[in-house]
Design a protein around this ligand. Structure first.
Ligand code: ATP
Length: 234
């Protein structure tokens, strides 16, 4: 469904992605793991075309993407849920969710998707009139995911959904990610929480200093001594 081939990305003189190749199959959950600064967020921003690679190829559903704009990416069904729960703090929960569907015109389907978001996250329904900036960290993360779902993604790019969230909520959010996937949305997940990410994903890539250092089925990587030593605490 989505393919990056030998992608190179620079921030001025910083060579942040040094020829990475990644494939995401339709219907799967793929995780991108790696330490701080490895290039995970840069990879997602490249897929959203917020950054333009200097070299390499990028295909989505067999269409070349690199000549397109970041709004074409959204129209194609690639929706980015960025790190740091970037909700609009002064807008209500409902206004944030509506903002997620701004490019759509299919009113009936939007209504259906809103109901769906409220079944995944009943707390958002209870708090629909509350300003997003006053939600707890976990609730803001739920809202960020809910808003992304309102864009009707074919593939959802999730950047660090567990960041700064209480462990009990992390578990809940990962269960919901799995449920979203089981209903047909493909997921590319960036995570520092390697244990959780390997648990729910089908395939994983480990990035190191802008390279793909390791890749494989998540169930195999979980047992890889190198992965255990570096990312799973022994
Ligand atoms: P983290 O989990 O800490 O966000 P990451 O794996 O997502 O890490 P990136 O944010 O993709 O890492 O960063 C990859 C490299 O690019 C790092 O060396 C980082 O310092 C550099 N980098 C990221 N953003 C910029 C920027 N705006 N300007 C210059 N260098 C940047």
């Amino acid at each position: 469904m989505l393919k990056l081939d030998n992608i190179h990305v620079y921030y001025d003189h910083v060579h942040a992605l040094k020829g990475i190749s990644i494939e995401v199959k339709k219907g799967s959950i793929v995780s991108l793991l790696g330490a701080n600064g490895a290039g995970k967020s840069t990879a997602l921003k490249t897929i959203s075309l917020l950054l333009k690679p200097k070299k390499g190829d990028y295909l989505f559903e067999d269409s070349p993407m690199l000549k397109k704009s970041s709004s074409d990416v959204v129209k194609a069904g690639i929706i980015h849920c960025p790190e740091g729960r970037r909700v609009f703090p002064l807008l209500t929960v409902m206004e944030n969710l509506k903002a997620g569907s701004y490019i759509r015109k299919d009113k009936e389907q939007i209504k259906h998707d809103l109901e769906k978001v409220f079944t995944y996250f009943p707390r958002l329904q209870e708090r629909q009139n509350q300003k997003a900036g006053t939600l707890s960290g976990g609730e803001q993360q739920m809202l960020a995911i809910g808003r992304a779902l309102m864009g009707n993604p074919k593939i959802l790019l999730l950047d660090e959904p567990s960041l700064g969230i209480a462990p009990i909520l992390v578990k809940e959010i990962f269960e919901i990610i799995k449920e979203i996937n089981s209903e047909g949305t493909t997921i590319l997940l960036v995570e520092q929480n390697a244990n959780m990410a390997l648990e729910i994903s089908d395939y994983s890539y480990v990035l190191e200093n802008g390279h793909v250092a390791l890749q494989g089925k998540s169930e195999h990587l979980k047992d890889d001594p190198e992965v255990r030593r570096l990312y799973l605490g022994g």
